[in-house]
Design a protein around this ligand. Structure first.
Ligand code: C2E
Ligand code: MG
Ligand code: MG
Length: 714
């Protein structure tokens, strides 16, 4: 329904126009006025679709009317047609300025009136439609934007809620080392309020030590753009309890693939570890006495053997069998017999040192590993003490029974090279002791006295050897896994012993460490190796040289000075020197040694942990060692392809080493199978008979060119 307003002071015109207007279309209502003011008053409350007004009126002309009409807010867009006489051009101009839309010439042609009015009406309707569409579109848009925002906020909140309910410690940090996000679980674990820590640096949030190691690991992710393999770490939680976490670090990338943050998520596996630990304990202990069983005894022996390959730690295996235990069983019954065994076990346990191992092998048989035996007399003293302990323990439950024991002693390496041999030989010795009416001990090797005499003679020989320059260094190549190139050599000490030929360190190293000769001897080794390596450089062979250090040297606390002077003297760049030391060196006096090692690392020298995996330190402990390489011990490499345990250890060492930014070297590689396996596990460097035995310097130089092909063909 359209509304048309007609304004004309002459009644005849008014009627004609009203009639014409009514004929424009079907649904039209027409309102005609003679007085402009009256029309304006009405229009203040009504909105027409078209206004047609005469120009010439007595009270107010058409232009003035139009102007005032336009002042009404509802008049916008309403077309206004002004009727003028042909000559009135200036009037038209005024009307246009006042806001008129169109004109009709008076006298009005009816057909033109109807057509013009109809068109204007149609145009106006379309305009109205368009305007209303625009408004509703705008509203729709507004609405949909708001709902999207809601949805987004909603999903973000829901995601945060989900992440907060996960029993996983999650946080994210940016390249600047500041915390971007932390979930509720992690905040609670560390005892802080998540909101307050956002934007703070990791060291502020997790302490200097924890924060720095997190940052070091994060940097690896930023640099490589790859996730770190999961690794285990220990933390102290808000309650002061130690927790074991299985931690993963992954990159968060933007649309261009650029790493913007590192996401750290950690599972709390403390209970799982405890259960595993419990199971392991069960597998390794005797149920009656809770002492280590045969399996654990073998494992401990294997460690000691691995460490004593260098000859520095002989140990004794004491096999102990109770004399007359059968009588206890017969007289008091089996359950009293069990109690008695437990009782003796307790007494023995109190009698040994922390580094020794007491195991129950079954029945009334025990074994004791005595670590760090310096002489036969040392082992004899120990056995005597044990016999006393058993004698005291036998006054049990006031039974009046007296029990004694027989002990057989085998010493590594003289009386057996592996655990089986040692057990067998200690057993033989034990039977000999039983044959001597019990309450006695016997050595497997009869003459311990003789040994002591030999030691003294050897000491003298060694002193002369150092004076006479009988020591020399052999070199064994170290190969880079990726390139197949030879990248270094380990210097291994040899003694050209008059009348014996070349002998290895197993024969003399212990003596040297015991009689103090190791200090001047190893100083010579260091200087000689640096000099040799410098010579290689002059020949165009830029190879790193690895030198083994002795724990005894570290007690003197002058290693950094010694290393500095050896480098200066030889002119070898520090990057070409690698110092190998065992875990025991670092564990013993951690802070002092760590400071020395750090000094040497700062000089640019490399520091490796040798025989890694056989020592005292747990894998998580290595994080704090200031070193840059790990050498996987050859005992793990030896059985790598058969023993899944050893394979798992190698994998764990490689993974952890890499996640800490350390290079991992495997030694003792003898077969292509071992090599292939080590390559799969991601070892960086390898060393072993497969590539070459330790050899004199001249041989080493001559052969250096052949190794790349050997590695490549494997
Ligand atoms: P290490 O540092 O672990 O040296 C590796 C030992 O394994 C060397 O024995 C080497 O000859 C041997 N080896 C290398 N590849 C293979 C292989 O494929 N299979 C097998 N079965 N053995 C392999 P070596 O030369 O008798 O040295 C024994 C230990 O003596 C060394 O163990 C090292 O700890 C110590 N040592 C050697 N030279 C020095 C030295 O100058 N100073 C000090 N303090 N210790 C030294
Ligand atoms: Mg070594
Ligand atoms: Mg080694």
């Amino acid at each position: 329904m359209s509304l048309i307003v007609i304004l004309d002071d002459r009644i005849s015109n008014r009627n004609i126009f009203a009639k014409l207007a009514a004929s424009i279309e079907e649904d039209v209502s027409v309102r005609a006025f003679g007085d402009p003011q009256e029309a304006l008053d009405w229009l203040a409350h009504h909105t027409p679709d078209l206004v047609i007004t005469d120009y010439k009126m007595p009270e107010m002309d058409g232009a003035e009317f139009t102007r005032r009409f336009r002042e009404l807010s509802s008049s916008i867009d309403v077309p206004v047609v002004v009727i003028t006489v042909y000559e009135e051009r200036s009037f038209r101009l005024r009307a246009l300025e006042a806001g008129a839309t169109d004109f009709l010439t008076s006298p009005v042609d009816h057909h033109e009136f109807v057509t013009r009015a109809r068109n204007l009406l149609k145009m106006h309707k379309q305009q109205k439609l368009l305007a209303s569409r625009a408004i509703s579109l705008e509203r729709e848009l507004e609405h949909s934007e708001r709902s999207r925002e809601w949805a987004l906020r909603d999903s973000r909140e829901r995601l945060a809620q989900v992440i907060d309910t996960l029993p996983v410690a999650i946080c994210a940090a940016g390249a600047d080392g500041n915390l971007i996000f932390v979930n509720a679980f992690k905040a609670e674990l560390f005892g802080f309020e998540a909101d307050k820590k956002i934007g703070q640096s990791l060291t502020d949030v997790f302490g200097t030590e924890g924060g720095e190691s997190m940052m070091a690991l994060n940097r690896m992710v930023f640099e490589t753009g790859k996730a770190l393999p999961p690794f285990e770490e220990e933390i102290v939680d808000a309650k002061g309890d130690v927790r074991v976490l299985l931690t993963t670090k992954s990159p968060l990338k933007d649309l261009t693939g650029h790493v913007t943050a590192v996401l750290t998520s950690a599972l709390d596996i403390t209970t799982r570890k405890a259960t595993e630990g419990h199971l392991r304990h069960l597998a390794h202990h005797d149920p009656l006495t809770d002492l280590p069983n045969r399996t654990l005894l073998h494992e401990r022996m294997r460690r000691l053997i691995a460490r004593s390959r260098r000859g520095d730690q002989p140990f004794a295996l004491h096999m102990l069998d109770l004399d007359g235990f059968k009588a206890v069983n017969d007289l008091l019954g089996h359950s009293a017999g069990d109690r008695f065994i437990r009782h003796v076990g307790q007494k023995l346990r109190q009698a040994i040192r922390a580094q020794d191992t007491l195991a129950r092998l079954g029945g009334d048989e025990f074994a004791i590993l005595q670590a760090q035996v310096t002489s036969g007399e040392d082992a004899a003293d120990f056995a005597r003490r044990i016999l006393e302990v058993v004698a005291d323990a036998s006054d049990f439950e006031n039974s009046g029974l007296r029990t004694t024991a027989s002990i057989g002693i085998a010493i590594h390496p003289d009386d057996g090279l592996d655990g089986e041999d040692l057990l067998k030989n200690a057993d033989l010795a034990m039977y000999r002791a039983k044959g001597e009416q019990g309450n006695a001990f016997c050595f497997y090797a009869a003459d311990m006295q003789m040994r002591a005499r030999n030691d003294a003679m050897l000491d003298g020989e060694l002193r002369r050897a150092l004076e006479n320059g009988e020591f020399l260094l052999y070199y064994q190549p170290q190969i880079d896994m990726r390139s197949g190139d030879i990248v270094g050599a380990e210097a291994l000490l040899r003694w050209n012993r008059p009348g014996n030929g070349i002998v290895g360190p197993g024969v003399f190293l212990t003596r040297c460490e015991e009689n103090g000769l190791i200090i001047p001897l190893n100083e010579w080794v260091l200087r000689e190796a640096c000099r040799e390596a410098r010579g290689w450089q002059d020949m165009g062979l830029a190879l790193r040289v690895s030198v083994n250090l002795s724990p005894v040297q570290f007690r003197k606390r002058d290693m950094p000075d010694l290393v500095r002077s050896a480098l200066q003297e030889s002119g070898l760049p520090p990057d070409y020197l690698d110092l190998e030391l065992t875990e025991s060196i670092v564990v013993r006096d951690f802070d002092a040694v760590a400071a020395d090692l750090q000094q040497m690392l700062d000089m640019g020298v490399h520091v490796s942990i040798d025989d890694f995996g056989t020592g005292y330190s747990s894998l998580s402990y290595v994080k704090n060692f200031p070193v840059d390489r790990l050498k996987v011990d050859q005992s793990f490499v030896r059985n790598l392809t058969q023993d899944s345990n050893d394979a798992a250890i190698v994998r764990a060492i490689v993974t952890l080493g890499h996640s800490l930014g350390l290079k991992v070297v495997a030694e003792g590689v003898e077969t292509p199978e071992q090599l292939a396996r080590l390559r799969d596990e991601g070892c960086d460097e390898v060393q072993g008979y497969y590539f070459g035995r330790p050899m004199p310097a001249w041989d080493f130089i001559a052969q250096a060119a052949q190794w790349p092909q050997l590695a490549a063909s494997a």
